[in-house]
Design a protein around this ligand. Structure first.
Ligand code: SF4
Length: 122
């Protein structure tokens, strides 16, 4: 079982800090996660967070993600799980839902397309 680089929100109240990954369960990318200790509380929303504060916090979290060496792995993890809350891999939960919807639509279109059409497009 992979240990997450930060603690996903399971129940309210939202944790203000991400839990550090346990070394014995750390996956290959978790140990390099810049957010292993989210001391600023950037990655998950506190309860009843005003919209302006949320947007500002998410921008700050994304800036941290932009400098993270495992952003791609983290993002894919959050998409595959899927992680319903928080900023992961530089994407908010809403942005991940858009990516997942696009992937589902693409998969449906590929499944419906005739094989020769796919070969011509690829
Ligand atoms: S990409 Fe962002 S959320 Fe993911 S491990 Fe890095 S800092 Fe944390």
């Amino acid at each position: 079982m992979l240990q997450l680089p930060h603690q996903p929100l399971q129940v309210a109240p939202v944790p203000s800090q991400r839990a550090p990954a346990r070394e014995d369960q750390a996956g290959p990318w978790h140990s390099e996660a810049v957010c292993r200790r989210d001391e600023a509380g950037l990655f998950f929303a506190p309860s009843k967070e005003p919209t302006a504060a949320r947007l500002s916090r998410e921008v700050a979290a994304k800036q941290v993600c932009a400098g993270c060496p495992v952003m791609v792995e983290c993002r894919e993890h959050a998409l595959v799980q899927p992680e319903p809350y928080g900023v992961w891999g530089g994407l908010t939960a809403a942005e991940r839902r858009v990516v997942l919807a696009r992937r589902r639509r693409r998969d449906i279109e590929l499944a419906a397309a005739p094989a020769e059409h796919i070969a011509a497009a690829g």
